[in-house]
Design a protein around this ligand. Structure first.
Ligand SMILES: Nc1ncnc2c1ncn2[C@@H]1O[C@H](COP(=O)(O)OP(=O)(O)OP(=O)(O)O)[C@@H](O)[C@H]1O
Ligand SMILES: [Mg+2]
Length: 100
């Protein structure tokens, strides 16, 4: 099952996404959470520390627009283990002003 959460700014998308992901993982579902916000903070809502998140690698821009990557390759290459067994992938991150 794939679930996409979208909507207006500040309406609770990240909070709901993290909660759904953690509940699914606790129920035994293999759960991959992909943060598609260019200012990503799903990891913090999933319970990861800022030290872990600062060191975490987002998907590189070089893979964007290429052949679709399988979920297994995404997880192996870029997955970050989060509480309750959720795996987080950070889809993009703007690292410096005007870098987007
Ligand atoms: N059900 C809720 N009741 C009250 N406050 C909430 C609820 N859900 C989220 N919040 C709070 O609202 C704020 C915005 O939530 P959140 O960051 O999840 O929204 P968002 O849609 O992801 O925002 P953005 O568009 O900036 O990414 C946060 O401070 C969060 O704690
Ligand atoms: Mg958000």
């Amino acid at each position: 099952m794939k679930v996409a959460i979208s909507g207006k700014g500040g309406t609770g998308k990240t909070t709901i996404s993290a909660t759904l992901a953690r509940l699914a993982a606790r129920r035994g579902y293999r759960t991959l959470a992909i943060d598609c916000d260019s200012n990503p903070n799903l990891g913090a809502s999933l319970g990861l520390s800022f030290d872990v998140l600062d060191a975490a690698e987002a998907l590189p821009k070089s893979i964007q627009g290429r052949e679709p990557m399988s979920a297994d390759r995404l997880i192996t290459g870029y997955g970050i283990e989060a509480p309750d067994g959720v795996t987080l992938v950070i889809g993009a991150r703007v690292d410096q002003a005007a870098g987007g």
